[in-house]
Design a protein around this ligand. Sequence first.
Ligand SMILES: *[C@@H]1O[C@H](CO)[C@@H](O)[C@H](O)[C@H]1NC(C)=O
Length: 269
Amino acid sequence: MDFPADIKDNIMDNEKGNQICTDAPMPAPRDQRRTWTFGFLTVFALYFLLSLHPKIPVPYRPCGSHGVRIEEGVQMPHVEVDKPLVPLEAHIMSKCPDAKYCLQKLILPAMMKVVDKVNFTLSYIGTPTENDGVDCKHGPSECLGNIVELCAISLYPSPKTYLGFTMCLTRDYEDIPQKALLEDCALEHGIDFERLNECATRDDGGFGMGMLRDSVRRSTDAGVTKSCTVRLDEEIYCVRDDGEWKECPNGAGMNDLVIAVQKLYNSSS
Ligand SMILES: *[C@@H]1O[C@H](CO)[C@@H](O)[C@H](O)[C@H]1NC(C)=O
């Protein structure tokens, strides 16, 4: 029977018997032992005190301070997550030059800074008709453009995606709803054109018209008639109409909107 090397060494050491004992160092004198004991106790006490502080990382904590740490861990993000988002809404028409300017100069740059603090909604302006349809100011092609954009919103709910796509279409709003423009903008913003097309034509267009009707009703209920109207916390914040900013008491600059959002966000509990 063969033993592993370290066990063999042990056996051999044991066989040497006394020799091990005589090789061992002499017991330390009394004073030296007292110093060691004192040092050990000091280090232990220091470690214990440090471990009570939840922010100081130590490899082992007594059970009592575990509790403190976990409570803090739960409460800290709690406060952040619970803060209500500030409602921000832009009411537009897809083939409107004021909407283009408004998205480009105000909404998109402001959203880049406060996307995590707002509940953003993009809504459309039109006139509901008696047969459950919608009339659009710039004709049926604008209604179709609105529907395509609402489809992007429903398929890709992140404002980063659908606002980018909508801005892309709006840059060439005269060409809405040409297929080449829709395809280019979809590709540019990671939107699957087939899914977009499927959404816009679902139920012979009834699905998209339903979304447009709901969106238009939302604008009508808010008393909004001009594209582009920006509403912050359910109040009109600013209007872009006939190539001018109107009704913007807090300023039409991107920074003004960012500051207004931050103020509302911070004042809510
Ligand atoms: C965002 O606003 C819509 C209505 O405008 C509401 O239905 C929804 O619950 C809100 N979402 C959040 C996360 O506040």
